[in-house]
Design a protein around this ligand. Structure first.
Ligand code: ZN
Length: 84
C-alpha cells in the first residue's frame, strides 16, 4: 500500500475492524466490525468507498422498513452548555 495519512503524513497503516457510526438526517446507524485501514501514528481511520456504500445501502433499507436491524439501542443526548 502506497498511501499517506492526510492528517500526519505517516505511511504505515494497519488493517483492523472497528465500529462505524453513520449519521444521516439526524439519525444514527451503528455498524460493528467494519474493516478499515488505521494510521499507526495518529489513529485516523480510512474506509474503502465500497464499504461505505454498503453501510449507506443498509441504512436506506432499514429507513424504508425493507429490513429490520439486528439490534436497536437507546442513546442518551445532552447539550454541552447544560453539563455541570
Ligand atoms: Zn496519521
Amino acid at each position: 500500500m502506497k498511501k499517506v495519512c492526510n492528517f500526519c503524513g505517516n505511511k504505515n497503516f494497519k488493517t483492523r475492524n472497528t465500529q462505524y457510526i453513520y449519521k444521516h438526517g439526524g439519525r444514527l446507524f451503528i455498524v460493528n466490525d467494519v474493516p478499515c485501514e488505521e494510521c499507526e501514528y495518529c489513529g485516523e481511520q480510512y474506509f474503502k468507498s465500497s464499504v461505505l456504500k454498503k453501510i449507506e445501502n443498509d441504512f436506506q433499507k432499514i429507513q424504508s422498513s425493507r429490513k429490520k436491524p439486528k439490534q436497536e439501542i437507546r442513546v442518551p443526548v445532552e447539550n454541552f452548555a447544560e453539563l455541570r
